[in-house]
Design a protein around this ligand. Structure first.
Ligand code: TXA
Ligand code: MG
Length: 353
């Protein structure tokens, strides 16, 4: 067990002395969790294979699933990627810093461990002062998957990171809650047309506005489980975002969703199970069964995205056996929300008219 140091930092004006402590740890091969606008990341020097392997170990992450490499300066992309296509330049100008990750052909500088043996690398510049200050001070690209134990919902507060990784990593920079709440959109620019491998904080609609044609990988569009041989992003193969409780997603019209959830909740309670209902502001007061929480208004999908992972963790703390979640629209950030919920449910989706 390590002693994990937690340092509180102001997310608007990060204290440089604390940032330097964290940067120096990264440079020595240490593991530092830091806030981003999407979720907390667990960082290691991306060019140090040993540090990256320690990162996999701390998260208990399968070695075939590479982390995103974070940069603080767009120039870094040119030495981490073997080619930077025109589309990448346009997207970086438009969306960086921000919740968009670009998959490009990698350069030889990036160690095998960092890309899990792939010939591509996933790159992103987050929009968070603490993260950017950290990258500037450490002067290295930072490999950073989400700072959760593999398979758990991603952390949106420092407390979530402590709950999963205390004693397993060196430092946690606590910069408050993440604004976006779901991870970045992963866009494969090696594919033509570009393909979304993971929906996230940058909406598909915004990418299409800039690029015209953008495909959704079938795994992402899917509302059912597909054969693993079709996985393009290693992350697609692994169970994700799953709380300890089992999850059921109910999709359809609002009155029918409520009716179906009441019905399912009663069935599970009759089996002596503790039921959690993931409701929305519009419906939260109508439920008469289970531990009911609202994820936000279904007409404010950014709020739903922001609250989702924290609530899944809260249900676990309250020892709920089954979470029954309302489906929301797949427009905008809703696509990322529904992708996470459907994956968490293992595609246990109930459809109502
Ligand atoms: O918002 C985010 O993206 C957060 C914050 C910390 O930046 N990071 C994050 O990283 O979610 P992670 O490692 O948990 O998820 C990275 C995803 C995984 O699904 C992985 O399979 C995929 O990106 N990925 C990484 N490198 C890839 C590559 N070369 N080709 C295809 N997919 C890749
Ligand atoms: Mg992750």
């Amino acid at each position: 067990m390590k002693k994990t140091l937690v340092l509180k930092v102001d997310s608007d004006r990060p204290d440089i002395s604390k940032i330097r402590i964290a940067a120096s740890s990264l440079r020595k091969g240490g593991l530092v969790a830091f806030p981003t606008e999407t979720v907390y990341g667990l960082g290691a020097d991306a060019l140090n294979s040993e540090a990256v392997l320690a990162l996999f170990e701390a998260k208990k992450r399968p070695l075939d699933n590479p982390p995103i490499v974070h940069v603080g300066d767009m120039k870094d992309v040119y030495f981490l990627a073997a080619q930077v296509p025109a589309k990448a330049k346009v997207l970086m100008e438009r969306f960086w810093p921000g919740p968009l990750t670009l998959v490009l052909k990698r350069s030889k500088i990036v160690p095998e461990a960092t890309v899990a043996g792939l010939d591509t690398v996933a790159l992103r510049m987050p929009e968070h002062k603490v993260a950017l200050a950290l990258f500037k001070e450490c002067r290295c690209p930072v490999a950073a998957p989400s700072a959760n134990l593999s398979g758990k919902p991603s952390p949106t507060t420092a407390q979530h990171v402590i709950d999963d990784l205390d004693g397993r990593i060196d430092i946690i920079l606590d910069g408050g809650s993440s604004r976006v709440g779901v991870e970045s959109t992963v866009l494969d620019l090696v594919a033509d047309p570009p393909e979304v491998l993971r929906p996230g904080g940058t909406p598909l609609e915004a990418l299409r506005q800039v690029l015209g044609s953008v495909k959704l990988h079938p795994f992402v569009a899917a509302d059912m489980e597909l054969s693993l041989k079709d996985a393009r992003s290693p992350g697609m193969k692994h169970k994700h975002y799953a709380p300890k409780a089992s999850v059921i997603v109910v999709e359809g019209s609002i009155p029918n969703i409520v009716k179906k959830i009441e019905e399912l909740a009663k069935l599970h309670e009759a089996e002596d199970e503790r039921v959690g209902v993931l409701a929305t502001d519009e419906t939260v007061k109508t439920y008469r069964v289970g531990v009911v929480k609202s994820v936000g208004s279904r007409f404010n999908l950014p709020a739903v995205a922001q609250n989702l992972f924290g609530l899944l963790r809260e249900f676990d703390i309250q020892k709920v056996d089954v979470i029954i979640a309302e489906g929301v629209s797949t427009e905008g950030l809703g696509l990322a929300v529904m992708n996470r919920l459907r994956k968490a449910s293992g595609y246990n989706i109930v459809r109502v008219p």
